[in-house]
Design a protein around this ligand. Structure first.
Ligand code: NAD
Ligand code: 0WE
Length: 257
């Protein structure tokens, strides 16, 4: 209940109640953390406001499109003003232009490659740079990844390459921030039925494939990502940094299936 008591956490990537960020935010909150939320833009503000409304009183909510350096600077300036420090950061953000996730990888345009890497990987570096000076008692940074970072998942395409960059960025950030007692890790989640998965053709079949072929013979529950997020935020993981933790019903260990 109180493993994160007194901790202040920034959650980036809530779009709606199905968002992985929301599952982890709820778990962090239940563990006693005080949270700050960013939302991508006006389009999602109402959604996030409604969800966060259930958290009560004075939860700070800030707009942050991660492709804007200025909005990122604003976020940390306001956190500094209101809270003076930060302990936790959740990065749960990814985007590639829709057409880049449909055809083959070979066809990826320069612009789609740039956008996918900017929004899905560079943003972790930028948010970590903003957060680090506020993490004066050390901290924990958690980012969301996916298996397509290391193996070819048809149609995941440039997102897989961007996730590989996110995972490598996690290692380099862990090295830079280790001396400040700031840990940086990824959770590589099995497929989850969220907004980001909606409209991905064959997604239903992917869920069935994990059910049939993963060691645990089932899909991952949002609460399980919440529990791992809380573990990575807490002292239980004090010596874990730069890692990718698979929360995927064991799927990642399989060779032939
Ligand atoms: P989601 O759609 O709920 O969350 C994605 C978030 O990214 C949204 O809140 C959206 O607003 C945000 N975002 C996109 N572009 C942005 C920008 N320019 N600035 C700020 N925010 C921006 O979907 P989700 O499945 O919860 O995805 C969260 C993370 O989990 C992503 O990194 C995704 O790659 C990862 N992930 C998802 C799955 C899955 O199957 N759903 C599996 C493994 C990892
Ligand atoms: O990271 C993701 C998806 C992230 C994502 C989703 C979209 C849909 C809408 C990034 N950009 C966009 N752009 C859009 O326009 N996942 C891990 C979920 C996912 O997406 C896939 C998958 C899986 C799993 C795409 C193809 C194949 C598998």
């Amino acid at each position: 209940m109180s493993t994160l008591k007194g901790k202040i956490g920034l959650v980036a990537g809530v779009a709606n109640k199905r968002s992985i960020a929301w599952a982890i935010a709820k778990a962090w909150k239940d563990a006693g953390a005080k949270l700050i939320f960013t939302y991508q833009g006006e389009r999602l503000k109402d959604n996030v406001e409604q969800l966060v409304g259930t958290f009560g009183e004075d939860t700070l909510m800030l707009p942050c499109d991660v492709s804007s350096d200025q909005q990122i600077d604003q976020v940390f300036a306001q956190i500094k003003e209101k809270h003076g420090k930060l302990d936790l950061l959740l990065h749960s953000i990814a985007f590639a232009p829709k057409d880049a996730l449909e055809g083959d990888f070979l066809s990826t345009s320069r612009e789609a490659f740039r956008v996918a890497h900017d929004v899905s990987a560079y943003s972790l570096v930028a948010l970590s740079r903003g957060a680090a000076p506020l993490m004066t008692d050390g901290g924990s940074i958690v980012a969301m990844s996916y298996y397509g970072a290391e193996k070819v998942v048809p149609h995941y395409n440039v997102m897989g390459v961007a996730k590989a960059s996110l995972e490598a960025s996690t290692r380099y950030l862990a090295y830079d921030l280790g001396p400040k007692k700031i840990r940086v890790n990824c959770i590589s989640a099995g497929p989850m039925n969220t907004l980001a998965a909606r409209g991905i053709s064959g997604f239903g079949a992917m869920l069935k494939h994990y059910e049939a072929n993963s060691p645990l013979k089932r899909n991952v529950l949002p609460e399980e990502l919440g529990a791992t997020g809380t573990f990575l935020a807490s002292e239980g993981s004090a010596s874990i940094t730069g890692q990718v933790l698979y929360v995927d019903s064991g799927y990642q260990i399989m060779g032939m299936y």
